[in-house]
Design a protein. Structure first.
Length: 94
């Protein structure tokens, strides 16, 4: 029987020790798994990390993706440019 760790934390049966912390995840992806794309359902990284870090008590999480790195040059450059812009914004806001 699998235990849903995020549910335990949300109903007060467990309190993670890393509360009031935040995390920034920067990941490179071969495809484009952003919300609204045909492959969005294949993004298993973000839900997995949200569950694991949520269990530890970290609930403020931001994700930046350099996507489409395995596609043509135009798509790759677009993905990298978006990631660079998002990283710069995260630096300014952090």
């Amino acid at each position: 029987m699998a235990i849903d760790l995020a549910s335990l934390a949300s109903v007060g049966q467990f309190t993670g020790l890393l509360q009031n912390k935040k995390i920034l995840v920067i990941a490179s992806l071969g495809g484009n798994y952003q919300a609204g794309t045909p492959d969005a359902a294949l993004n298993h990284l973000e839900p997995y990390l949200r569950a694991i870090f949520g269990f530890m008590g970290i609930t403020e999480m931001s994700f930046i993706y350099a996507h489409s790195l395995h596609k043509d040059n135009e798509a790759r450059e677009e993905g990298l440019a978006g990631a660079r812009e998002a990283i710069q914004g995260a630096i300014e806001d952090w």
